[in-house]
Design a protein around this ligand. Structure first.
Ligand code: AP5
Length: 208
């Protein structure tokens, strides 16, 4: 099985949802730059203070900040990892490529209007980072995380205006990574619409 894995795709395509399943079922170490940054914001660290202004606007945190944050972690990753939200620019992909040889970049393909509906109705757990949806993936008890019992919240960047900006930022900065990994023979694309378990099966096939 391929064990050095990147999840690519626009905001809301299901990277976090699928990363949670892959991590739980295949035991892969999951690293989400979004979750790491949100934790830094919650703890009000210097990194969190710096990142917050970009995240609230739906912009990317500058490459040097992200690469600095990830460098040691990437180095320590060794043979098996699942990256969710990194790399997001060609510069970040080059930095990653200097440390490890990626087996596969899974591109989860979903159209914009579906992404807007998903993100504006998403609810997240601040503690374990599980994600839910008001209609598509409801918790067993309204407003409470199934996994850890914490109160769910709506992310500040999940308003329609910020989501549309994130989609533009994605198109300009991250979309070129599809070609980047295709040229290197590392790209697998799965359709990210429909049953979450079916999408998981397709991703599992791409890891063989
Ligand atoms: P990050 O947290 O990485 O956000 P994102 O890439 O915008 O992705 P999302 O978490 O919004 O979506 P997702 O694809 O994980 O979808 P999910 O599974 O939750 O980054 C946030 C910010 O941090 C960035 O804007 C940037 O500022 C900064 N940042 C992070 N990394 C960076 C980097 N490398 N460089 C620079 N800046 C960086 O699903 C979404 C919803 O849809 C959920 O409600 C879910 O239940 C539902 N859903 C999932 N699958 C389905 C399905 N098949 N059908 C119906 N609903 C579904």
């Amino acid at each position: 099985m391929k064990t050095k894995i990147i999840l690519l795709g626009p905001p809301g395509c299901g990277k976090g949802t699928q990363a949670e399943l892959l991590g739980d079922r295949l035991g892969l170490v999951r690293l989400s730059t979004g979750d790491m940054l949100r934790e830094a914001v919650r703890k009000d660290t210097p990194l969190g203070k710096e990142a917050k202004k970009y995240m609230d606007a739906g912009a990317l945190v500058p490459n040097d900040v992200i690469i600095g944050m990830m460098k040691e972690k990437i180095h320590d990753l060794g043979g098996a990892f699942l990256l969710d939200g990194f790399p997001r620019t060609v510069e970040q992909a080059d930095a990653l490529g200097k440390e490890v040889d990626v087996d596969v970049a899974i591109n989860i393909d979903v159209e914009d209007e579906e992404l807007v509906k998903r993100l504006t109705n998403r609810r997240s757990c601040p503690e374990c980072n599980s994600v839910y949806h008001l209609a598509n993936k409801q918790p067993k008890v309204v407003g409470i995380c199934d996994k850890c019992g914490c109160q769910l919240y709506q992310r500040d960047d999940d308003t329609e205006k910020t989501v549309r900006n994130r989609l533009e930022v994605y198109r300009e900065n991250t979309y070129p990574l599809i070609e980047y990994y295709r040229e290197r023979g590392r790209l697998a694309t799965v359709k990210g619409v429909g049953d979450i378990e079916y999408i998981y099966t397709q991703i599992s096939e791409a890891l063989k």
